[in-house]
Design a protein around this ligand. Structure first.
Ligand SMILES: [Zn+2]
Length: 476
């Protein structure tokens, strides 16, 4: 490829407030259409918006967590446009004085850290949602979403591949969730992403003409949409065509992007300060309180898991994707002698169980202490790895402690040589050919005898003890 791809993302995050940004309407998702509306969010004449302090607090936390320089004196502006999803014909947003600027997040690409700049973070209100009739006879507008608080996070054009864009978006989501700014559910629209993408010949400093891609409603689709657009622009440039600045819509069914309209410039919106809202002045105490509410963030946690528990980068990355999962592991790791074993069980059997049951990790019925007890019982040889899988499954089903399950089901591993000798002798008796192989030094033959012992004891025999016992009996 002779072209370099340049990508910047505009991410909208719904803030997890109970009420809307300028009125007291409910923000919960899934209510009957147009049931969460009032004269303020519908823009009736004579009403006055009042800023929800909680929205400002969450927005500030987000800006701080994204390493932004925050503005303690900022203002709201009106972004003017006509579209049926906006009853006021303008959106209250921030233009030249956003709450945060010049931030960054770090992503890890092929084992290397890369810093992605954040141009700005600003507060704004959401617009309504258009639902198009499946019969093609019109569209319906639901104003419940009008006035839900949002932050828009605009990145620098620092992303170079569709994969980097997905990694960046995943990082933003994790940070917002850790800070409890938003639940970031892409399927409910509480995290949305538009992308600007352009190509330029390698070595050229000036950017090429960009297209804006909308409607990519999952992490996978962000990557797919950008991959398609990258190829489309490359083909066009190779043919000597001129790229048009435009907005394109991602079509999930075909995996392609379709031209929607020419792209607006900022001056088309005639931004001006909202005369109904006073300036936003943030006190030092408010800012300090926001700062203190930011927990250890995913990147720092990942680093600590590698240092403190000796985890590989991959494990540390997976375990820190969710704050709950990370805290669950952290609490377990402090109670076991082998944190890597805890990581293996957690990333393997536990996550597979939660995935299969369609539940998120937050719904787990096992406590970190119970989980640590299980790891301990494997380590001290009370149960075999095989039995541990059964015990863990029962723990996840029932929330019972591992010791209780082992007692109830009689699953304690048999390590007692006396108890195993009679069974071993019977197995030897029945398998003269395998015994002969062992006598001739064929080490592998012992495996089939161990296997039969495990079967006889329903998996409860300690394989290491059985192995030694069989050798002793045959070779003595
Ligand atoms: Zn309202």
């Amino acid at each position: 490829m002779t072209y370099e791809t340049v990508i910047g993302l505009e991410v909208h995050v719904e803030l997890g407030t109970k009420s809307k940004i300028f009125c007291s309407c409910d923000t919960s998702f899934g209510a009957p259409p147009n049931s969460h509306v009032c004269p303020v969010c519908m823009g009736s004449p004579g009403v006055l918006p009042v800023l929800n302090e909680e929205a400002l607090r969450l927005g500030m936390k987000a800006a701080l967590a994204l390493n932004c320089q925050v503005r303690t004196d900022s203002k709201f502006d009106r972004k003017n446009y006509f579209y049926p999803d906006s009853p006021k014909a303008y959106q209250i947003s921030q233009y030249d004085e956003p709450i945060g600027e010049q931030g960054y997040v770090e992503i890890e690409v092929n084992g290397e850290k890369k810093r992605i700049g954040i141009t700005r973070v600003h507060l704004e209100e959401d617009a309504g949602k258009l639902n198009h009739s499946p019969f093609g006879d019109g569209s319906f507008v639901d104003f419940n979403r009008v006035g839900i608080p949002l932050i828009e996070i605009v990145s620098e054009p620092d992303l170079r591949t569709p994969e980097e864009a997905r990694l960046y978006l995943e990082q933003i989501k994790a940070i917002m969730q850790y800070c409890e700014v938003s639940e970031c559910k892409m399927e409910e629209g509480s995290l949305r992403c538009d992308a600007n993408i352009s190509l330029r010949p390698y070595g050229q400093e000036a950017f090429g003409t960009k297209a804006e891609i909308k409607n990519m409603n999952s992490f996978r689709n962000v990557e797919r949409g950008l991959e398609f657009e990258q190829q489309r622009q490359e083909k066009a440039l190779t043919r000597g065509e001129v790229i048009v600045q435009e907005t394109r819509r991602f079509d999930e069914a075909t995996g392609s992007t379709i031209s929607m309209r020419g792209k607006e410039d900022a001056h088309d919106y005639r931004y001006f300060p909202d005369p109904d809202l006073p300036r936003i002045i943030v006190s030092d105490a408010f800012l300090t309180a926001c700062q203190e509410e930011i927990p250890e963030l995913p990147a720092a946690k990942r680093e600590r898991f590698m240092q403190a528990y000796g985890l590989p980068a991959y494990d540390a990355g997976v375990l820190t994707t969710s704050r709950f999962l990370a805290e669950f592991f952290d609490a377990t790791a402090q109670q076991v002698s082998d944190p890597k074993a805890a990581s293996n069980w957690l990333m393997g059997d536990v996550l597979a169980y939660m995935n299969a049951s369609g539940e998120s990790i937050e719904a787990i019925r096992v406590t970190p202490t119970q989980f640590a007890d299980l790891i301990g019982l494997i380590e001290d040889g009370t149960i075999s790895t095989k039995i541990a899988k059964t015990v863990l499954k029962t723990m996840l089903d029932s929330g019972k402690a591992p010791k209780q399950i082992i007692e109830e089901q009689g699953l304690v591993q048999i390590s007692d040589v006396d108890a195993l000798t009679a069974i071993a002798k019977a197995v030897i008796e029945r398998n003269p050919a395998a015994v002969q192989d062992v006598l001739e030094g064929k080490e592998k033959a012992i495996g089939s005898l161990v296997g039969q012992m495990m079967k006889e004891t329903k998996g409860k025999a300690n394989p290491a003890v059985v192995n030694q016992l069989l050798k002793d009996l045959i070779l003595s």
